[in-house]
Design a protein around this ligand. Structure first.
Ligand SMILES: [Zn+2]
Length: 139
């Protein structure tokens, strides 16, 4: 590697000690951008909504800050639209495969998330959710 490249790389990264500061700012900006994207999607401005999601993704990639799982579930991987249930997304439970299915209504792509683990957890930890009779045992 030539010396010029080395210097450039150092400048470009330059995060070292400022890492946590970068993280907080990035997290904040991702949140704001996603919020804007959702409002745009509600107003049916698809172009801007996609753009905001794209920018949030770019910040996330450059700073290695993850987009929170709850937010990521409601972004269409295929067309980058923020998904709003009842507006541009359909959310269904499939009982046989135990999936939450989110369908993007702009491009018809489907996301699936299994809920079998949650179901198991509820059975062992929280009897309220699965057996109403268990409520009596707790009182
Ligand atoms: Zn889509």
């Amino acid at each position: 590697m030539s010396p010029v490249n080395k210097v450039k790389k150092k400048i470009r990264r330059g995060y070292g000690a400022k890492r946590s500061l970068v993280n907080t700012i990035a997290r904040e900006r991702i949140q704001v951008l996603l919020e804007h994207a959702r409002t745009r999607a509600r107003e049916d401005d698809k172009r801007l909504a996609r753009r905001y999601v794209e920018l949030a993704g770019k910040i996330s990639m450059r700073t290695k800050v993850r987009i929170p799982r709850e937010d990521k579930r409601f972004i269409c991987k295929n067309c980058m639209m923020p998904l709003i249930p009842g507006r541009n997304a359909r959310v269904r439970l499939t009982s046989r495969k135990m999936n939450v299915t989110i369908t993007c209504l702009s491009c018809q792509s489907i996301k699936r998330f299994p809920y079998s683990r949650e179901k198991k957890l509820h059975k062992t930890v929280n009897p309220y959710m699965t057996r109403p009779s268990a409520v009596k045992e707790f009182q």
